[in-house]
Ligand binder design. Structure first.
Ligand code: URA
Length: 233
């Protein structure tokens, strides 16, 4: 794509105005002032106007992050706590899709694709959300069955879920739960409702996306097939 078209499609100005910016030496490519109007932007080029990076609106990026506990799922925080967006090594601004609590870790999608984000967060979505939970005390099969059937979490009865009790020690139980809704602090409220407050919570799956072996605090780009999947569901 020609440089003037690139700048125009980033919403900076018209193509003609972009030519003028180039003439005035206000456009840099990969850190160098551009000397020619006919330049064709290559993949990986960093284009700046007045030292601010510009990207065509169409360039969408999609990341899967293994969020650590102790990070806020937001692009800003009044209290100055660490932000999940700081863990994405891209100069393109991304935002989180949905929310994980400050103390929850695990799978989080970040993107600059507002349309996809809106669709994924719509309540009608019913996406599987899989969590690994360490809950206080020993959760019995009968209590797990209550979670599976639906529990009142305060003015709302949860819809059917799947619960797999993995193991327990004297003080806590490790379980996997799959829910299809996304009420605020839903998993914590569900376990509290059966008398076993959550000690640790990690989201391990979202639809058919899995956190896999991605290290905590690391992120990776979604593959084209994964992006297609998210757009399809
Ligand atoms: N349920 C919760 O309670 N917390 C989360 O962060 C996600 C799901």
């Amino acid at each position: 794509m020609r440089i003037n078209q690139y700048i125009a499609s980033a919403g900076v100005c018209s193509r003609r105005a972009a030519d003028e910016l180039i003439e005035k030496g206000r456009v840099k490519v990969n850190g160098k002032v551009l000397g020619t109007m006919g330049y064709h932007v290559q993949d990986g080029d960093i284009v700046e106007v007045d030292d601010i990076r510009v990207e065509p609106e169409t360039k969408k990026v999609y990341y899967l992050l293994n969020k650590p506990a102790g990070y806020v799922t937001s692009t800003a925080d009044k209290e100055g706590r660490p932000l999940v967006t700081e863990l994405v090594p891209d100069s393109i601004r991304v935002f989180p899709v949905g929310r994980l609590d400050f103390n929850t870790s695990g799978l989080l999608i970040l993107t600059n694709d507002g349309e996809l984000s809106n669709r994924l967060m719509h309540p009608s979505h019913g996406f599987n959300k899989k969590y690994l939970v360490r809950a206080q005390g020993i959760v019995t099969r009968a209590e797990a069955a209550r979670l599976e059937k639906g529990v009142d979490i305060g003015g709302f009865v949860t819809s059917p879920a799947e619960v797999h009790l993995i193991k327990h020690d004297r003080n806590s139980t490790l379980a996997e739960i799959v829910i299809h809704e996304g009420k605020n602090r839903q998993v914590r409220r569900m376990f509290k409702a059966i008398g076993h407050p959550v000690l640790e919570l990690c989201r391990t799956g979202l639809g058919n996306l899995e956190i896999g072996k991605l290290a905590i605090g690391q992120c990776r780009k979604l593959s084209p097939a994964e992006v297609e999947y998210l757009k399809r569901v």
